[in-house]
Design a binder for this molecule. Structure first.
Ligand code: FAD
Length: 382
């Protein structure tokens, strides 16, 4: 085995890189040498993933909390959403990193190295990566490195940032219902784009409270902080609490077609277009994409996964929804309220996860404001 040549190089050990590396650590790939590179040793709890899943998933033992029912507050109407057949799951970044890295350490074919990647390019025979730890070659590379130029291009299409700041807080009073998180609460001022708060309760005394905005520009930190403070005061009567942890981030929501591959470099994660344009959800798409890559490799095919025209309809719906949000003449708060009011939760969660069938999609189309959606759909198509 060479120290510098591998079958596969994975550039970036975030959600996508680690998800793929775990699958390639399977004994079925024992004869393939894999190098996973990241500038970070992934020892920080830098994000919290929420997603819905049927039954047990590959990260079940790392799941921090899961719920079978969630609350939704539209501007006019509160709702209780039963998640069945799904569960709403919360996975802390650090738990995911530790779970994955521990498994990879025990594998015989995946090498994890901390390195800053400077360049990744195709060669005549495969790919070459230059990094702070030297140069490495491989037959294929999988990259989740998000290119600034790609974001720049994305901004030229329908584009919004989903940006947020969250506090994990501890209170003296038992105010949270640990059995029921708040999935979206739109009862906050809709001043700049679509704004909502979500609350993930760990106990009656502890929760992650996150202020989220879909808008063209990210906010100054103080604005989210003021929003969380006002929300906790108004809806939980809280003015006194301890902030244990702060989480801040932004996710591109865009109709831009992120490239699937460039020669033998396959793009994964957000960089590979796995972020859902209308909601920012990415984690589940990453799992499906990783499964599809590995299935192709197992069959001796190239790892480039392309959607069929029929599967591509989900992207069209998604872009239509994003377009309505970008246009802003029908508020996101009213739109999500209407969708959840007129459809059973399971249908909505199937749809938001690109798992709906055409019959369900017709029912959802029938529940949206027709004029706004027809105009947006027409623009997306033509
Ligand atoms: C705070 C936050 C919360 C989120 N919550 C959710 C959620 O609840 N549900 C959901 O579905 N999605 C969520 N997302 C969106 C999405 O799931 C995450 O962004 C996810 O981490 C994307 O995975 P990725 O592998 O594409 O990118 P990342 O996880 O960001 O991984 C990229 C990796 O590349 C490394 N890297 C970058 N450049 C270099 C370089 N030059 N050299 C070496 N290494 C490099 C980084 O260190 C990083 O580890 C969230 C995003 C954020 C930021």
């Amino acid at each position: 085995m060479s120290d510098t040549h591998f079958d596969y190089i994975i550039a970036g050990a975030g959600a996508a890189g680690l998800s793929l590396a775990l699958r390639l650590a399977d004994p079925a790939f024992a004869h393939k040498q894999v190098l996973l590179l990241d500038r970070s040793s992934k020892r920080e709890n830098d994000r919290t993933w929420c997603f819905w899943e049927k039954g047990e998933g590959p990260f079940e033992s790392a799941i921090f909390k899961q719920w079978s029912e969630v609350s939704f507050f539209g501007p006019k109407q509160p709702m209780s959403l039963l998640m069945a057949p799904y569960n709403y799951k919360m996975l802390r970044g650090l738990d995911f990193y530790e779970f994955s890295l521990q498994k990879l350490q025990a594998s015989s074919n995946v090498v994890v190295r901390k390195a800053e990647i400077y360049d990744l390019h195709n060669t005549e025979t495969g790919v070459e990566v230059s990094s702070s730890e030297g140069s490495f070659t491989a037959d294929w590379a999988f990259s989740s490195l998000l290119d600034n130029e790609e974001i720049h291009a994305a901004k030229k299409s329908d584009f919004l940032w989903q940006h947020f700041l969250g506090w994990q807080i501890k209170t003296d009073k038992p105010v949270f219902n640990p059995a029921k998180p708040i999935y979206m609460d739109f009862r906050v001022p809709q001043t700049d784009g679509s704004c909502f708060v979500y609350v993930l309760p760990f106990s009656p005394f502890e929760a992650l409270v996150e202020y989220t905005v879909f808008s063209a520009e990210v906010w100054d930190k103080t604005l989210y902080e003021a929003g969380i403070r006002a929300y906790l005061q108004q809806y939980f009567g809280l003015s006194d609490y301890q902030i244990l942890h702060v989480e801040q981030g932004r996710i591109p929501m865009s109709s831009h077609k992120f490239p699937v591959n460039e020669g033998k470099i396959v793009f994964v994660g957000t960089a590979g277009g796995q972020t859902k344009a209308s909601t920012g959800y990415t984690f589940t798409n990453i799992q499906r994409h990783s499964d599809a890559i590995v299935a192709r490799l197992m069959q001796g095919k190239s790892p480039v996964v392309r959607k069929s025209p029929w599967e591509s309809r989900y992207a069209k719906y998604d872009h239509t929804l994003l377009r309505v949000l970008v246009q802003g003449d029908y508020r996101g708060a009213d739109l999500f309220e209407r969708l959840f009011m007129r459809n059973p939760a399971a249908r909505m969660f199937d749809f938001l996860d690109d798992q709906s069938h055409f019959g369900q999609e017709l029912l959802i189309m029938n529940s949206v404001p027709r004029l706004h959606f027809a105009q947006a759909f027409f623009k997306v198509l033509f």
